[in-house]
Design a binder for this molecule. Structure first.
Ligand code: UD1
Length: 418
């Protein structure tokens, strides 16, 4: 299982490199199965979610070869239409198998997906999309089955711009007959990355990155080479770490465009930020930062996946800040642990009021991926030692975070104790 041990108080200095985006890698690896020849994927982050997905695909007959951050995926031997239930439950993104196999062979079965316990995580919008394209859906004891003799393009309005539903509908529609239009689609950069890969494979997709996506179905897709975009959430986590520890850091391999809402807030707080073609430079020379309010929203609004990290930074600001979470209903689980470290945060429904405080090291437990990142950040600024357990949540989404932070001066180590 393992623990992170952190001694707080050291300013972070130097350069830190961001890995490829987990939330782009997962649908892209799965989409590799739609082709009729192998694909070569570069900058894949080697994370627990990725290795679990690769195991699911191997068990279904697909060939996956990982070497460093490169993944070769050969769909030729894919025979099994059912994803391993135990593994599928471990990661939310296993639902992309439904869209991919529905498109490729008209049938798929998997258990309802897992992932972080950050709220009610229904897949009704995914299923609504599949149904509109002509699929039959069966839900039975936590197992989803989708079936179609033929998929037919349709106009689909999403009640909410869900990232997963937008991706799954794009996947299913790629080889459907005729045109599919997705209205109120999600606009996240990971969707654009997937569409870029599918386009090189031969798919016809227009409008990604806007809320109106048009897909013209094609007969077949071929394998392609594709490099995954940098992980904007990992990058944002390191930017917050630099600000928090009064450090000076160059975060390499981030597209500044993708972290605009965070940059805007950090500017407002008084940080010095420079955008560069290769990354983002961030310096906290002011010490005390201004309090700001944050409301999480679908892209290009402030990302919910950076809410917990930002909350740690706000504990060190001068004044009271308000954080409103609108995407997930159960995303304040880090607050109890932060308060155990001396934070002064009060929750009222979907809002949290954060007052300035001095954090002190404590024994804390990770409840979900981004909450875990927040606890690491809190440990970096806290007085004394912080001991973080249940770190497997963090390893689902951050590649070598301990080693990367140690590389810019953080006093962090990993122990394999329970
Ligand atoms: C993805 C990200 C996750 C991020 C989230 C929002 C991956 C693997 N995960 O999750 O890190 O926090 O986007 O940026 O890419 N909803 C429904 N019905 C549905 C689908 C979603 O009501 O069928 C609701 C959810 O309950 C939630 C909201 O829509 O309240 C956002 O969910 P969605 O955008 O689908 O997030 P994910 O794709 O699961």
């Amino acid at each position: 299982m393992g623990k992170y041990l952190i001694s707080g108080g050291t300013p972070l200095e130097g350069e830190i490199k961001v890995s490829g985006a987990k939330n782009a890698a997962l649908p892209i690896i799965t989409a590799g199965l739609m082709a009729n020849s192998p694909s070569k994927l570069l900058d894949i982050p080697m994370l627990r979610d990725v290795t679990n997905l690769c195991t699911i695909i191997s068990k279904m007959g697909g060939k996956v070869q990982c070497s460093g951050n490169q993944v070769m995926i050969d769909p030729a031997g894919l025979t099994e239409p059912e994803a391993d239930h135990e593994l599928a439950r471990k990661l939310r993104a296993s639902y992309y198998i439904l869209g991919v196999l529905l498109a490729k062979q008209g049938y798929a079965r998997t258990s309802l997906p897992g992932g972080c316990n950050i709220g009610n995580r229904p897949i009704d919008l995914h299923l609504k999309g599949f149904k509109a394209l002509g699929a039959e859906i069966r839900l039975d004891h936590g197992i989803v089955e989708v079936k179609a003799n033929k998929l037919q393009g349709e106009r689909i309005y999403l009640d909410y711009p869900s990232v997963g539903a937008t991706i799954n509908i794009i996947l299913a529609a790629c080889m459907a007959e005729g045109q599919t239009i997705i209205e109120n689609a999600a606009r996240e950069p990971e969707i654009v990355d997937l569409a870029n890969y599918l386009t090189v494979m031969g798919a016809q997709i227009k409008g990604v990155g806007t809320d109106l996506i048009k897909i013209e179905g094609v007969k077949a897709l071929k394998g392609a080479e594709h490099r995954i975009i940098p992980d904007r959430i990992e990058a944002g986590t390191y930017m917050v770490a630099a600000a928090l520890t009064r450090g000076e850091v160059f975060v390499r391999n981030v597209l500044a465009e993708h972290v605009k809402p965070l940059i805007a807030k950090l500017h407002e707080m008084g940080l010095e930020i420079r955008e560069d073609i290769a990354g983002v430079y961030i310096k906290n020379s002011k010490g005390k930062l201004k309090a700001v309010d944050i409301k999480t929203l679908p892209y290009p609004g402030f990302p919910t996946d950076l809410q917990s990290q930002m909350m740690v930074l706000l504990t060190q600001a001068d004044g009271t800040s308000l954080v409103i979470e609108t995407v997930w209903e159960n995303r304040f689980m880090h607050v109890d642990e932060l308060n155990r470290m001396g934070a002064d945060i009060k929750i009222d429904g979907h809002s949290a009021l954060i007052k300035p405080s001095h954090l002190t090291g404590a024994e804390v437990t990770v409840t979900d991926l981004r909450a875990g990142a927040a606890l690491i950040l809190a440990g970096l600024v806290a007085l004394g030692k912080t001991n973080i357990s249940e770190i497997y949540h963090i390893e689902r989404g951050y590649e070598n975070i301990d080693q990367k932070l140690a590389g810019i001066g953080a006093m962090i180590s990993k122990s394999n104790d329970q």
